[in-house]
Each structure stands twice: as structure tokens, then as C-alpha cells.
Design a protein around this ligand. Sequence first.
Ligand SMILES: [Fe+2]
Length: 464
Amino acid sequence: MARVEGRYGLVYTTDRPESAARFDDLVSAYLGFGRDIGDRLKALQADDPDMPLAHVAKGYFLKLFGSAAMSARARKALGDADSRFAAVAATEREKLHLEALRAWCADDLDRTTDLWERILLDNPRDAFALRLAHFNHFYAGEGRRMRDSVARVLPDWQDSDPDIGFVHGMYGFALEESGDYARGERYGRMAVERNPADAWSVHAVAHVMEMQGRHAEGIAWVKRHEPAWSTTNNFRFHLYWHRALYHLERHELAEVLALYDDYVASDIAADMYLDVCNAASMLWRLEMYGADVGDRWKGLTEVSLRHVEDHDLIFVALHYLMALLKGGEPEAAARLAAQLEGFANSAATQGRVSARVGVGTAAAMTALANGDPGAAVDALLPIRYDIWCMGGSHAQRDLFEEMLVSAAVQARPQLARALLAERTAAKPASAWSWRNYAKALRAQGQGAAAEAAEKRAEALLAAA
Ligand SMILES: [Fe+2]
């Protein structure tokens, strides 16, 4: 089989010269959350069924769904890829991609990421490997690794490269997740200037604004670029989720519910895990803020019931659990929690995550749903500094801190006062935190301090 050079000097094994450019375009579509990724791959494979890397790509995209059902299909794609690779002399880069898919299918996420990083040493312009490594570092909670992964390849990208904006956006988001908000915002904005439809880069800046409590600016930022980024696939609902989160911070609950109905939960039936994470975490937060969410949990249970056995990502499984606990499916919730406990004995990367934080977080959420905030505190307090390892963003994982705080306010006022002293220091723009701080202070007989905290909350809400 012949070798064809594609964009960025990447070499593909194929007898069809046009397949290289089509593969490069597929990768660009993936970087841009294109709605036609599946169609592109199908068309490429229909015209070039023997291209070895296309089989690996199929396995990757199936694994990205993060579900047990799709993982089974990914293993089948791995088998097809193995047959193709056995019949051709593939490049070293392609062989490493095959091994990465194998490691991913074996649930060895650390090895999977290592293999992508190995590819990047020789091929720093392999944007597929870069974005996949970015994804895995993200779901390992490894902000610094995510940041350094992009920094290592940046010097090899040029301003004239069509995908450089995506690389800048990845760097921006990774900088934000490792706490460098100023540079994160700079790289994110640079990418959005180049391409306002680059949803990941819009998202990087949105995260900076969330972390810095710049809620009004965040709403304006997300709105300003909406005509462009709303053309992307279901990832767009995560940007609506971010906008809803700013409104929530401002206690604009009606606006949050409207965004929830119109966008965040509008395509739940598509069964994409990020949609469920967005929706479940927003409903849980809304209830903590005192909103009546009506029968909205019900809409999430149908999809979540299909994923009781899933543990591709513990972070995601916990969001299915939220929906089952709150949507009136206690038996399914108990089964999901039990399977997280069983999986905690596995040597798989996410099995270790389940053991470290998954089981405890599930126990805390179950206790909260059963009206036992004291038990929730007991389950969450010992693991709160390890929760990062389940991945997701700081903004997403903050939900678990909020759970701990609200459980403590109900059951352990002295601890609540301490936790909220900490939280208001870290998030001084959070009116919800100041309000809860006031409650905890009052419960401790500190009336004057409680009044001052309540005033801080009122001032923030009045300025919103
Ligand atoms: Fe986000």
C-alpha cells in the first residue's frame, strides 16, 4: 500500500491520495465539534475501506461516547483495525495510534495517553493525537499535564496553519484549568478572534470568567459569539450550560430554567453523556439554590437508566446517578452505586478513580437524596481534596464542594462556618456562598458576622 503525505507533513498509508486530505479534514471537523464527523468518517471508509488509520479513528470516535455499548463497538473496530494493519506496512505513527486504541479499549487510560504523547514527540503536528491526549488529561483531572502537552508542540505550529486556532484554544483552556487565568484568557481570545465558531476556545474564556466570578461579562461573552458557536454539535449545549451557570450565580433562576428547557436539556434523547452531565448538575444546583425544578428530573432518568452499568468515566457515572436518585429510580441508583463499588476493585484507570472518590461521592449523593446530610458530610469530607482525580473541569467539580457545603449547613453548623469561610475567600463573588455563610454564622451565634455576610450577598445580587 502507498504512503501519502497529508497536511502538516503527516504520512498516511493508503492507495487513494485524496484520503489523506479527507482524513485531515475529519480531524479538523473533530477539533471544531462539527456535526458531520460521523458522516465524514463513513464516507471516507466507504471510498477507502482499507485505510488503516480510518479504522482506528472509528474506534476512537466510538470510545469518545464514553458508554459501555459504544465501547463494545469500539472493540469491534479495533478488531477490524488489527486485520487492516496486519495486511499493510503502516507507519510508526499509525501503529502507535492502533496501540493507543488497544490500550483505551482495555481501559488503561494512562497508557493510552502516554501513547498519544509518544506520537506527539515525533509528530507534534498530529492534531488528532493532541486533542485526544487533551481529552484524556482533562478526564484525569490533570490540568498541568494538559497544559504542558500543548506547550510542548506549540513551537511546531505556524500562524498560517489552518488548525492553529484550535491549538491555541486547547492551550487557553489548559492554562485556565491549571490556574493561569490571564494567559488562558489571552490564548482563548486569540483563537476566537481567528474563528468565532471555535466552541472550545469560546469555552476556555468562559471558564476564566466563571473562575474569576465575572458573571455579567461571561453572559455577554457567550452571547456575543452564539451565532457562530451554536452551529456546532451537542457541545454547544455545554456553552448554554455555562451561560446558565452565570445566571445561577446571579440567582436569576427563571432565566436558568428557560435556558435549561430551551437548550441545555433540549436534546437529552440523543443520549450524549455531556448533555446529561450539564442537565443533572444544573438541576442539582438549582435545587440547592431553592428552585422548584418541577418534573424535570424525569426527563433525565430514561437516558440514565441505559447507563447503570457504565463506568467508562466515573465523573459521568456520578451524573447518571444524580438523575436516578432524584428522578424516582432508587433501585437503579442503588445498582449503579453497587457497580461503582465492584468496579473499585478493578485495576483499570477508572477503577482506581472509583475506589479513591467514586464510591464515596456516590454514597454522599445517595445520603443527600435520602435526607441524611450528616452521612453526606461523613462521606465527602475525607475525599474532598482528591475529587480532582475524577476529571472534568474545576467549574463542574465545584458541584461536589457545593454539596458538601449545603450538607454541612444542614447537619454540621460549626464545620459549615469553617468551610464557608474558606469558600467565600476563594469565591468572593458567590452570593450563594455568602448567604450560606450567614446561615452558618447565625447558627453559631455570630449575629453581627452573619449580618455582614448577608449584606455581602445582597450587594452582589443588587450589582448583578
Ligand atoms: Fe466547561
